[in-house]
Design a protein around this ligand. Structure first.
Ligand code: 13P
Length: 260
């Protein structure tokens, strides 16, 4: 069964105070499916652990080094994230690709590091507006996915989630349309299947880009969407809970639980 999850990416936002206000409001609402995953800034992971351990809330980091240890000032390794109980790591976010020059190769190396240390990688892909307007959306996605499909076998893919985040929808308040999301999700599943038969239907796909309470249900209506990666709206307790509850309704939890 494809895992369903809602992931909060706080980016470089939030504070200890936000942790203290946010977590108590989430504890009773979070279920095992869809998983609720919070990715605060790395410095706030310890505070997250304090609030979320022993609950159904999971947590993760927003970025990791591809190396396990070494003289790499400012970096955080996967073993360190694992030691802090992180179940997930976001890898290759478009902001890291654009502002920190992360290549497809580096993203694949980071995914590999995650898998080696038993952390599920949420690998981000997505085209820019210019690429979409030039009719290159699918070729960009294919390029971003190819190395991951070549390098990782079916067992490894059980621990990789793909997040489709069109760069033009991130932080704009304008989510992609459900038809656009559905079209890309189908493309990703077909592309994965062509490389690894059967993978297309078993991989978990998230959508990210201006997911807000008012559009969440539309986003989840595509049967190929298994959840969302949420930026801005995840910083507000009410918005985040509204999106999570929309996911619970859309994913028909009763049938999921019967199947489990
Ligand atoms: P927004 O939800 O703020 O558009 O951010 C999306 C994102 O980049 C999540 O990783």
């Amino acid at each position: 069964m494809r895992r369903k999850l809602l992931v909060a990416n706080w980016k470089m936002n939030g504070s200890l105070d936000l942790c203290r206000r946010m977590f108590p409001a989430l504890i009773d609402v979070a279920r095992t499916q869809p998983e609720m995953v919070i990715c605060p800034p790395t410095l706030h992971i310890a505070e997250t652990v304090r609030h979320a351990s022993g609950t159904r809330i999971r947590w993760g980091v927003q970025n990791v080094s591809e190396k396990a240890a070494g003289a790499l000032t400012g970096e955080v390794s996967v073993p360190m994230a694992h030691e802090m109980g992180c179940a997930y790591a976001i890898v290759g976010h478009s902001e890291r690709r654009a502002f920190f020059g992360e290549s497809d190769e580096l993203v694949a190396d980071k995914v590999q590091a995650c898998l080696f240390h038993h952390i599920t990688a949420i690998a981000c892909v997505g085209e820019t507006l210019a690429e979409r307007q030039a009719g290159q959306a699918f070729s960009v996605l294919a390029r971003q996915l190819r190395l991951l499909l070549e390098r990782f076998d079916d067992e490894a893919w059980r621990h990789i989630v793909i997040a489709y985040e069109p760069v033009w929808a991130i932080g704009t308040g304008e989510s992609a349309q459900p038809e656009q999301i559905g079209q890309v999700m189908r493309f990703i599943r077909h592309f994965a299947d062509a490389a690894r038969p059967g993978l297309g239907q078993s991989m978990s796909l998230l959508y990210g880009g201006s997911v807000r309470p008012d559009c969440a249900e539309h986003v989840f209506q595509s049967e190929d969407v298994d959840g969302a990666l949420v930026g801005g709206a995840s910083l507000d307790v009410e918005s985040w809970l509204a999106i999570y509850q929309a996911a619970c309704r859309s994913f028909d939890l009763d049938s999921l639980q019967q199947a489990a």
